[in-house]
Design a protein around this ligand. Structure first.
Ligand code: IPE
Ligand code: IPE
Ligand code: MG
Length: 255
């Protein structure tokens, strides 16, 4: 389980928290785990007459800012959808450009996550990712494994159905009899079984769908969709999502 950010237990110690409180956020009722479907990079680029890959590059800058913001706010886990198992269907040049960008980000922009005590994990079928990108992602995960701050899950070549299929394969490999297969048996074999499920799932760029993201874990997550494209997302939008979350009444099937 992720240890809470120190700042969370020591009162208003970060500027982000001061601004969050000023915006009306209750620091004692934060979502523990926020997951984000980072969508709209392509449309953002097109709107400014630029290539889609420029939008993706800008998206990685946004990601770094939002991660540090979430960490300073006191969020325990941030999971982001970086590349879906279905995104291989895109034209070759975009797929290759994205893989290069993800590898570069892992080596450079995201590298000082080590200094910021961020623990990075990669969710998805890593073995299918091109070697160079895979190595950079693995190195990032290895170099931050002992960090005790926010857990940052980067979902790459991730599919929610694939994750469930992988869990079922593990159950079969372990020769678990059918009468012992229950929800717990599946949950404990997902990619990050030790983490709390997402409380809040944010989707940028207006689309009202899951696109195969965390479909098992999202069973009781609150959904927040903003029209803002991912490259324009920032602290203000993160605060809006948390504020909306804090106004919801979660009932989990009860009354
Ligand atoms: C999200 O932006 C990033 C990835 C899916 C890799 P898109 O590339 O889907 O942007 P739009 O939806 O075409 O605007
Ligand atoms: C979901 O966005 C995947 C990521 C954000 C990485 P997509 O743009 O691929 O989703 P669809 O195709 O609109 O459902
Ligand atoms: Mg999209």
């Amino acid at each position: 389980m992720a240890k809470p950010d120190k700042s969370r237990t020591e009162g208003l110690t970060t500027k982000v928290q001061e601004r969050a409180v000023a915006a009306g956020i209750d620091l004692d009722a934060l979502p523990r785990h926020i997951a984000i479907i980072m969508d709209g990079n392509g449309r953002w680029a097109k709107k400014q007459g630029m290539q889609r890959l420029i939008g993706h590059a800008q998206g990685y800058r946004t990601l770094k800012d939002v991660l540090l913001c979430a960490s300073n706010l006191g969020i325990e886990v941030l999971t982001v959808y970086g590349f879906s198992a279905e995104n291989w269907r895109r034209p070759d040049d975009e797929v290759q450009g994205l893989m290069k960008l993800i590898g570069n980000a892992a080596r450079t922009e995201l590298a000082d996550l080590v200094r910021n005590n961020v623990q990075t994990r990669i969710l998805g079928r890593l073995e299918e990712i091109p070697a160079e990108t895979r190595r950079s992602l693995q190195a990032l995960a290895d170099s931050t494994r002992a960090n005790t701050g926010i857990v940052f899950n980067l979902a790459i070549n991730y599919g929610g159905r694939a994750e469930i299929v992988d869990a079922v394969k593990k159950i079969i490999d372990a020769e678990i009899p059918a009468d012992r297969v229950d929800e717990e048996a599946i949950s404990m074999r997902l990619y990050a079984p030790d983490l709390p499920e997402p409380d809040l799932i944010v989707r940028t760029a207006g689309e009202m769908r899951w696109s195969n993201f965390l479909i098992w874990q999202a069973a009781y997550a609150e959904l927040f969709v903003t029209d803002t494209s991912w490259p324009d997302f920032g602290e203000r939008e993160l605060f809006d999502a948390v504020l909306a979350f804090q106004r919801r009444e979660r009932k989990f099937g009860g009354l």
